[in-house]
Structure formats: C-alpha cells, structure tokens
Design a protein around this ligand. Sequence first.
Ligand SMILES: NC(=O)c1ccc[n+]([C@@H]2O[C@H](COP(=O)([O-])OP(=O)(O)OC[C@H]3O[C@@H](n4cnc5c(N)ncnc54)[C@H](O)[C@@H]3O)[C@@H](O)[C@H]2O)c1
Length: 345
Amino acid sequence: MEKIFINTPYTKSEILVGQSWDSVSELLPEAGVVILTDDNVLKLYGDSFPDVPVLSVTPGEVSKKLSVVESLAAKLMENGIDRSGFILAIGGGVVCDIAGFLAAVYMRGIRCGFVSTSLLSQVDASTGGKNGVNLGSTKNMIGTIRQPEFVVCDPSMLSTLPDDEFLSGLSELIKTAVIGDKDLFEIIENSRKEILERDSDMLTMLITQAVSFKSRVVTEDEKETGLRRILNFGHTFGHAIELQRGIKHGFAVASGMELATEFSCEIGLISSDEKNRIISVLNYFNLLEQQYITESEMEKLIVHDKKKTGASIHFVFTEGIGKATVKKITVSDILDFYKRFRQKR
Ligand SMILES: NC(=O)c1ccc[n+]([C@@H]2O[C@H](COP(=O)([O-])OP(=O)(O)OC[C@H]3O[C@@H](n4cnc5c(N)ncnc54)[C@H](O)[C@@H]3O)[C@@H](O)[C@H]2O)c1
C-alpha cells in the first residue's frame, strides 16, 4: 500500500493507494458518520458498507446540482448530524464532488473522507480537494477547495467498472502523463494490454504515479493561482464537448487533449512525432469519438468557461510529452484555431 500526503497551509490529507476498502471503518470516528454513495455502487458494494446511515443519489452527472445538495443536507439534519459529523463518500467522481461540497458547506463545514471507486476518481477527481456541482449547463460552477481527510483507492473495486467508465478514467491518466510524467507515458505506451486487462499491480502502480504527481502540484498551488492550472490540459475544449454532446468526462477530455496537442504543434511547442504519439495512445484506447461540436456551440460554451478572465483564457499547451505550459490567450485565438482544425477534418 502506498501512502501519499497532501500538506497545505491549512490541511493534511492522505491518499492510500492499494489499501483494501473494507478496512475503511478503522479510519472513521466512532459516531456521527453518514455514507454518501450512488445507486450503482450501493447495489454492488452496499452489503459490505460500514453499519451507518446511507444516503444514495442517482448515478451520474445528473446528480451534480444544488437541489440534490439541498436535499442531502436536509437528510443529514434528519439523521441528527451536527458539527462533529463525518461524511464518507463511497463512489466515483460525481459522488466525491458532491460529498466534498456538502461536507464543506453543511454547518459551515464538517469532516469527510472518500473511498474512491472509479478509475477516473482514483487517478484524478478525488485528489486535490476540488469539489462542487454544475450550474445549469456550466460544469463545476459552484464549489470549494477543501481536502478530504483521507482517500482510499482500492484497485480491486475497478473490476466491476463498466468498460466505457474504465476508458474514461484512462483518459485522465494519459493527461497526467502528457503534462507531467514522461516515464508514465512510456509505461502506458508499452503496457496497453496489461492496462486493458486491469492487471491489479499495474493499476496500483499507475494510480500511485498519477496521485503522486497531482499531490505535488496541489501541495504547491492548492488554490489554482499558477501551476495547478496545468491539470486543466484538454479541459477548455473538453468541457464544452462534454456539455454539448453529453459524453463521458474522460472521452470529452480526450478530444480536448487532441485539440490542445494539435494547437501546441501548430504553434511549434511540440514536434509532429510527439503529437502523433499522444494521439496514437488516445486512439488505441478508443477515446477519440470524433464528437466535435459546431463552431458556434464551441464559442457559446467557451465564453461561459469559468476559467475565462475577461476576453482571455489560461489555455494549457503541451511542450513535449511530460511537460505543460499555460498561456493566456484570447477566446478568439482559440476559436480561430478550432475553425482551422474543423476545416482540416
Ligand atoms: N474534483 C476534481 O478535481 C475532479 C477532477 C476530474 C473530474 N471530476 C468530476 O468527476 C466526475 C466524473 O467522475 P466519474 O467518471 O467517476 O463519474 P461517476 O461518479 O458518475 O462514475 C461513473 C459511473 O461508474 C459507476 N461506478 C463507480 N464506481 C464503480 C465501481 N467500482 N463499479 C461499478 N460501477 C461504478 C457510477 O455509478 C457511475 O455510473 C465529473 O463530474 C467530473 O467533473 C472532478
């Protein structure tokens, strides 16, 4: 089992990769615990949950909204949860995002911890303390940054994950490799078969590498005023595609990474050879669904991007596999690139 720490000026969080999730009771306080999960995870793993009240939401993005948070808060109150309470999230990125937000705002903040059950949440979503819900058609508009006390990442839980969810998580893993870890990228390139077979040792190693990288970034820049922005590689275009097409987060981010890689190559930041390696890995895992959206849809959604400041966006480029850079560019430069890209297809 690997223990990775996030130490920020205000909090300390530990991420336990390879720890068996059924020992999570040892990490919980004796009283005041409520579990938050979704209906799929409850059906698969509910029989082995710790013996505390369980609140379950409808699976998927549809639950990431304020009305769900409000009704969950009412249920916490009904269960007598006070300031000493503890929310244990057992689920994927959606459940962890909702639980982290609810824990941050309920009675001005109660404790929380996560058992992270999807590949996407193990390699990315549950590390770093970002939480929140969507506002109408805009992703993650309402939320906070607050670290859970612990995150348990048990790769054995990934054996029940549907194939498309597994691939969606791989996309965020590939993102981590492209922006910050050349060795991880080479491992992914050379171990495609073991990855698709969900080899447990391989997954533990990949998740550990991804979490270690993200923890370093978050420890240096918890509030995303600088370095942390690189984690948004592929997300400017990706979020727009996710919202417009309603496709899974990882698949949308993969298309966003393809676009950002092409853009990086166009302005000479990355060689054609490296660009082709990135796109070839995304293609190998069938992540590029070619779900492009029209230029006017892209414009509308990018204008609403919460990372926009005025007419500019902090856009993340790759400077070669394992290295990323953020440049403040205008929305119209981004849209012009998108137009050129679409004309080539
Ligand atoms: N907070 C962050 O830093 C951050 C980073 C990246 C993504 N996210 C968010 O994460 C969300 C996506 O996360 P996700 O892909 O985990 O989605 P998800 O939580 O909806 O889980 C995907 C699906 O897999 C099911 N599932 C989860 N674990 C399972 C298991 N072990 N076995 C079988 N089924 C299982 C869920 O019920 C759901 O149907 C998005 O809302 C995205 O915005 C947040």
